[in-house]
Design a binder for this molecule. Structure first.
Ligand SMILES: Nc1ncnc2c1ncn2[C@@H]1O[C@H](COP(=O)(O)OP(=O)(O)O)[C@@H](O)[C@H]1O
Ligand SMILES: [Mg+2]
Length: 454
């Protein structure tokens, strides 16, 4: 019997030991399961954070980034509703940039003031919030009353202490509440978003600066080109004035003597001599004309500046050149806009500008064509366009047109355009040439109009 008892006792203790071992095993299995769950969750979080950082660095489209990141956060944190709002600093309020479970009209209408509701409170304090029972919390009034919403987390979009908005997620009462870890994850996501907003802001500022710099650079280049042109003209002007003076007298003398000789000639006997003398007179007259042009070019232009209506100036210029134009089978089209504002200018000089442009256009159409002159207003400038259907200007010549003495015509002086360039510049205007070889050219002149003429 004793033996039996002993055996029984041993069995009991073995059983107890087995039970104990089983309990230990079970406990460790539960622990193991918990660790595995935890690991799975962490893995999900990490992969979501990885996705988010990929999204925020993938583009400079803020709206797209906010939408994608928000959807990602909603999924990984298993939220039913929520919103991402950014701070409108001027109005000290939050507006919705991405959301889940909100109606369109609510999204566009909602402006959450700082300090109001859970989001307003987080935006003001800069502190994240975890609410286990949102509806009953007296501090916060939700944007939309949804009794089924119970649990909420909200984190500020904060970068270097600067608050740019908030992200808020909610779960319904049937779901499990958010944990501190959920809030930590949301805060990390919020930081990523804030950094992205900051980056894009910097990027846009940089882009604006670059555009401004490019514009400034362009203006400097234009100013430089114009300065070079003026300098060229000024130094040339001095030279030309001196030369013209020196040339005028001998030219006059040659022409005078030739004319005297002509008077003594016998028409029947000296035909060849008469022809030769006529050539001398013609050529000296032409040389005098060039010299006259040079003088005009060199003269320190004394302007008689007054308010000028441009259309009559153009009409006068046309009438001065009309006989040439009609003779040469050139069709004339005038598109003068009525009631244009006036410009400050010297009538005579302005007339010279258009006579020159019209003459050039006419000379470019030896076989006839169409000459169009139009006036109009563009912002605060008068635009005058002189267009011909002539032979056009080769690209390589476009940059030289306004250089003194640049000419492609046998009888040209190359001074017309450089003189009018000077005149236009003295009127604070600009002139530009456009041309298609074989199709024609357009010269566009621009003058500032008088502002608020009384
Ligand atoms: N409307 C035009 N069509 C074609 N070429 C032109 C026109 N206007 C000017 N040009 C070119 O510009 C050159 C310079 O013109 P300009 O200074 O008036 O001098 P010029 O008329 O004495 O040649 C001309 O020789 C010609 O080659
Ligand atoms: Mg000319």
């Amino acid at each position: 019997m004793k033996e039996e008892d002993k055996e029984k006792g041993q069995l009991i203790s073995e059983l107890a030991e087995l039970r104990q071992r089983a309990a230990v095993l079970e406990a460790s299995e539960t622990k193991h399961k918990r660790t595995e769950d935890e690991l799975q969750r962490r893995l999900k979080e990490l992969s979501s954070l990885h996705d988010i950082s990929t999204i925020v660095t993938s583009s400079f489209d803020l709206e797209h980034i906010l939408g994608e990141v928000f959807t990602n956060a909603v999924t990984v944190l298993e939220a039913e509703t929520g919103s991402l709002m950014t701070l409108d600093e001027k109005h000290q309020s939050l507006t919705i940039k991405a959301s889940r479970g909100l109606k369109k009209e609510v999204i566009s209408r909602t402006r959450v003031r700082l300090g109001k509701g859970i989001c307003g409170w987080v935006a003001q304090s800069g502190q994240p919030v975890l609410l286990k029972n949102r509806v009953t919390d007296p501090r916060f009034k939700p944007i939309v009353r949804k009794p089924q919403i119970k649990h909420a987390i909200c984190a500020p979009l904060k970068y270097k202490e600067k608050i740019m908005g908030v992200i808020n997620l909610n779960r319904e009462s049937s779901a499990r509440p958010f944990t501190e870890e959920d809030l930590r994850l949301l805060s990390t996501v919020a930081y990523e978003i804030a950094a992205a907003i900051q980056n894009i802001k910097l990027y846009n500022e940089l882009r604006t600066t670059i555009t401004e710099l490019e514009q400034a650079n362009k203006e400097i280049k234009q100013a430089q080109a114009s300065l070079i042109q003026s300098e060229k003209l000024a130094s040339l002007g001095k030279l030309a004035a001196g030369m013209a003076h020196e040339l005028n007298n001998p030219l006059g003398a040659v022409s005078g003597r030739a004319q005297l000789l002509l008077m003594d000639m016998d028409k029947d006997k000296d035909l060849q001599a008469i022809k030769n003398l006529w050539t001398i007179v013609e050529q000296t007259t032409r040389a005098s004309k060039i010299v006259g042009n040079l003088l005009q070019f060199a003269r320190e232009a004394k302007q008689e500046v007054e308010p000028v209506d441009i259309n009559p100036v153009i009409e006068k210029s046309i009438s001065l050149t009309r006989h040439q134009i009609s003779l040469e089978n050139v069709e004339l089209s005038m598109e003068l806009k009525p009631d244009l504002p006036r410009i400050m200018g010297d009538q005579n000089q302005l007339q010279q500008v258009f006579v020159n442009l019209i003459t050039n256009a006419w000379e470019a159409m030896p076989d006839g064509g169409k000459l169009t002159i139009s006036t109009g207003l563009l912002q605060e400038s008068l635009l005058i366009k002189v267009t011909d259907t002539g032979h056009g200007i080769p690209k390589e010549n476009l940059g030289k047109l306004f250089d003194p003495f640049f000419t492609t015509r046998e009888t040209g002086t190359g001074l017309g355009l450089s003189i009018i360039h000077g005149i236009i510049e003295a009127h604070n205007g600009t002139i530009k040439a456009q041309s298609h070889l074989g199709q024609g050219s357009t010269f566009t002149v621009k003058f500032p109009v008088i502002k608020q003429e009384s």
